[in-house]
Design a protein around this ligand. Structure first.
Ligand SMILES: NC(=O)c1ccc[n+]([C@@H]2O[C@H](COP(=O)([O-])OP(=O)(O)OC[C@H]3O[C@@H](n4cnc5c(N)ncnc54)[C@H](OP(=O)(O)O)[C@@H]3O)[C@@H](O)[C@H]2O)c1
Length: 237
């Protein structure tokens, strides 16, 4: 067991978007290190399979549905988390949607707004609702993307740019509580979203998400690499 693994053992961590892709890989890696998990996604059927895997690895695991498009769902999740655990030592805001792609003026503005709601506004609401239950000294990871602010990615680009701004803001506002807020860009990983964004790409040429989880675990275990890091360049994967 590494020092990081020893720190993660028994720590209570919320992971959003844990039903598949990068979030599921993070959940499984945390389960293998004995973290106590609260896992969320929109679709219970997929989420319970990941939760079962985590329990089979010995991790105390609770699965809860969450729709970041719905303020009521966000508030209900925050209330349920506060009832379930006294404190969270870690939060991984991983859930996201790609939304429409292409030039912004060619995209349906309602679809763009829906992506911004999920990728940024819903995340801000959830984090601030969770604030009372986030422990002093906790690690908070915001999963961002190289597409933040990039042309052609419409609401996703705006949402991720806003998410990074949210991270900078909360990093300062929560500094007196010793909370490390770090935006981590996993880079390309082999998931449904990657296939949706790059349908012509051979998935075999993209690394599996399990190869990019080490920086997330390190932040949750106490490291603070700064406000924003690229998973592949941190030298941990
Ligand atoms: N894949 C890449 O190459 C890549 C690169 C850079 C950054 N990222 C970022 O990494 C994160 C994970 O991406 P991924 O590739 O693993 O995506 P994915 O395979 O599409 O999985 C997305 C996850 O988010 C959840 N989710 C979707 N809409 C939601 C909503 N409205 N409310 C709550 N949860 C919702 C999904 O739950 P359901 O299964 O229930 O729908 C699922 O668990 C995202 O933030 C993404 O932007 C990915």
């Amino acid at each position: 067991m590494t020092p990081d693994d020893a720190t993660l053992y028994g720590s209570r961590v919320l992971v959003t978007g844990a039903s598949r892709g990068y979030g599921a890989a993070i959940a499984r890696a945390l389960a293998a290190r004995g973290a106590r998990l609260l896992l969320t996604a929109t679709q219970e059927s997929r989420l319970v399979r990941v939760a079962d895997d985590c329990r089979a690895a010995g991790a105390d695991t609770t699965a809860m549905t969450l729709h970041l498009s719905s303020p009521d769902s966000i508030d209900a999740l925050a209330t349920a988390v506060a009832a379930a655990v006294p404190r969270l030592e870690g939060v991984v805001m991983n859930a996201g949607v790609l939304g429409p792609t292409g030039p912004l003026d060619a995209c349906d503005p309602d679809q763009v707004a829906r992506a911004i709601q999920v990728d940024m506004l819903g995340q801000a609401r959830l984090l601030t609702r969770l604030s009372p239950v986030i422990a002093d000294g906790a690690g908070v990871v915001l999963v961002t993307s190289g597409a933040a602010g990039r042309p052609g990615y419409a609401g996703y680009a705006l949402g991720k740019a806003g998410l990074e701004a949210l991270g900078l803001m909360l990093r300062e506002e929560w500094a007196h509580r010793g909370i490390r807020v770090v935006a981590i860009n996993p880079g390309p990983v082999r998931t449904d979203m990657r296939a949706q964004a790059h349908p012509q790409e051979d998935p075999a040429t993209v690394p599996p998400p399990s190869e990019r989880v080490a920086p997330v675990l390190a932040v949750l275990a106490g490291e603070d690499p700064g406000p924003r890091v690229q998973a592949a360049e941190w030298g941990l994967s």
